[in-house]
Design a protein around this ligand. Structure first.
Ligand code: FAD
Length: 288
């Protein structure tokens, strides 16, 4: 193990194939390094041991693009938060993801930090998770054995745990576009308006048709070991008229659905209450 940054070897593979080759060697694998905004802090504070080697993935051309297909936006894992918030495709078709990226740290962190780093870091307070979850898309991971798609809602398996194997890296995300006529909303509650780690945050995707709730997807972070989809709330309101009765029922169900903990940022009871209020706000947004 290295004990200082100076002792650590950082590999700069020329392309994805070279990076995967380096990842395949158990003895010298080291750790993928993107923007380093989580890793540098974790190494410096001793939360994670410094490896002998880091493998830089942020510069890999295959991981840096945002593309559009007919029904999805395909986002490379090394795309930065700044790229996300400025992308026309993301702003138009995944607006809560663009809004979430715009609330991460300050400009410096948004320019260095990547979507792949945020997702792989698997923190329940990672601000991109709710917007990614409500898209019902896939995380595409790769190794020398090939690529596989993991549904985003199955990617995080526990506190700071993911479904990735040791030799895999995230290469891209395939996130279905918001349907025509739908809207998305992102909300973040922190101790201050900017540069804050979330106490509770969440995103929703809402489609109203003839005054009825045709689709409602909602995910909330910082209230459990992993970001959670509130399926009970979604099922409760889908097909119902959008009125105070449905909103009140959704608020109560949301508060009951989460089992947060007390920690340095907030209390469990407060987080439950905020979750309910957030869901109410999401639905009220469409009442006009
Ligand atoms: C001052 C400051 C403020 C911050 N504010 C916020 C905030 O408001 N909201 C928020 O959500 N986060 C915040 N963060 C956390 C951080 O910026 C984000 O989580 C960031 O997106 C991490 O991305 P990165 O590219 O820097 O990841 P890195 O630090 O490079 O890596 C993080 C983890 O992901 C792994 N990894 C990286 N890329 C890949 C890949 N392609 N495949 C597999 N594994 C990979 C690494 O091995 C590591 O385990 C803040 C951090 C700092 C220092």
């Amino acid at each position: 193990m290295a004990t200082t940054f100076e002792e650590m070897n950082c590999a700069f593979p020329a392309n994805l194939a070279e990076a995967l080759e380096l990842m395949s060697d158990e003895q010298t694998r080291g750790r993928p390094l993107a923007g380093g905004t989580d890793l540098m802090v974790q190494w410096e504070s001793g939360v994670l041991p410094m490896p002998e080697r880091a493998i830089s993935v942020k510069h890999l051309p295959e991981l840096r693009t945002i593309e559009e297909s007919d029904d999805a936006v395909i986002i490379g894992s090394a795309v930065t938060h700044m790229q996300l918030r400025r992308s026309d495709a993301v702003v138009r078709y995944l607006p809560s993801l663009a809004d979430a990226a715009a609330t991460i740290g300050g400009y410096q962190i948004q320019t260095m930090g990547t979507v792949g780093g945020s997702v792989a870091n698997a923190s329940p307070a990672g601000d991109l998770a709710p917007s990614i979850m409500i898209s019902d898309g896939d995380v595409i991971v790769a190794s020398v054995r090939g690529e596989r798609a993991i549904p985003v809602n199955e990617f995080w398996t526990g506190y700071r745990k993911t479904d990735m194997a040791e030799d895999e890296i995230i290469v891209r995300f395939r996130l279905p576009k918001m349907p025509e006529g739908a809207c998305e909303v992102w909300r973040k509650l922190g101790p201050r308006k900017a540069q804050a780690i979330s106490k509770v945050m969440g995103s929703c995707r809402l489609l109203i048709s003839d005054g009825h709730i045709e689709q409602f997807r909602v995910a909330i972070g910082s209230v459990a070991p992993v970001c959670v989809r509130l399926r009970a709330v979604e099922e409760l309101v889908t097909g119902k008229p959008l009125n105070e009765e449905a909103i009140a029922a959704a608020e109560a169900c949301a508060a009951e659905s989460v089992k947060p903990i007390d920690d340095i940022r907030s209390k469990a009871d407060y987080r439950k209450w905020v979750t309910g209020r957030m869901v109410r706000g999401f639905l009220e947004q469409s009442l006009g």
